[in-house]
Design a protein around this ligand. Sequence first.
Ligand code: B16
Ligand code: MG
Length: 228
Amino acid sequence: MHPQFIHACIFDLDGVLVNTAHYHFLSWKQITLGWNVPFTEHDNELLKGLSREDSLSRLLQITGKQLNAAEREHILQEKNKLFQQYLEQMTPDDVLPGVHDFLIFLKNNNIHLAVASSSKNARIVLQKTELTKWFEVIIDGTQIKKAKPDPEVFLKAAHELGIAPLHTVVFEDAKAGVEAARTGGFYCVGVGDPTMLSQAHQVIPDFTSISFDDWWQSLSDSSTQVVH
Ligand code: B16
Ligand code: MG
């Protein structure tokens, strides 16, 4: 992909634009403490990007815990209550470092911007962190039938922007999200740990550790690479 062919960037929300990925972990952690079973940040990597329901299914697999349908429903509500308590305290300071500067860089290059998140809380998060104004299109967990790793959320965002996946870069911090982006035919930049995100075309640690101009140029090489 050559930079001149990029017309849009689509951002995952939790873990890419804001630090809510950690709040999801803390909420699930509190649930598992109640069950008296171990659950680590490493286990949590497998839940990232999945819908709330799919996250619970994966959590049950990991911990070996069994729940009936009513208990499942109760836990889903409890987890969301815990998560929403963290959201209450969110401010623009929760935007991850380098994000604002990167959005300015993209706008200066006339790139269209969208958010594509599995979260049903995405709009509250964007509002609390004052990020809403940056994005022409926002697709969240309430607008899709199939969550990541299905590409629906990204395809819907690209469709609403009116730009083909071929001309769009997706930024993702989750394995399931990288898979979704690649299945949808997008160029995918992983944000975080290269060992977890090895299926991405490129992996960057975060938005503070790259030169935006160098990154822009690096898109010319479409083979998998890690940008330090
Ligand atoms: P909610 P993203 C995802 O958001 C999170 O990564 C994932 O951990 C969470 O389970 C999912 O949203 C659902 O969130 O419970 O708020 O509906 O990374 O796709 O922006
Ligand atoms: Mg994420």
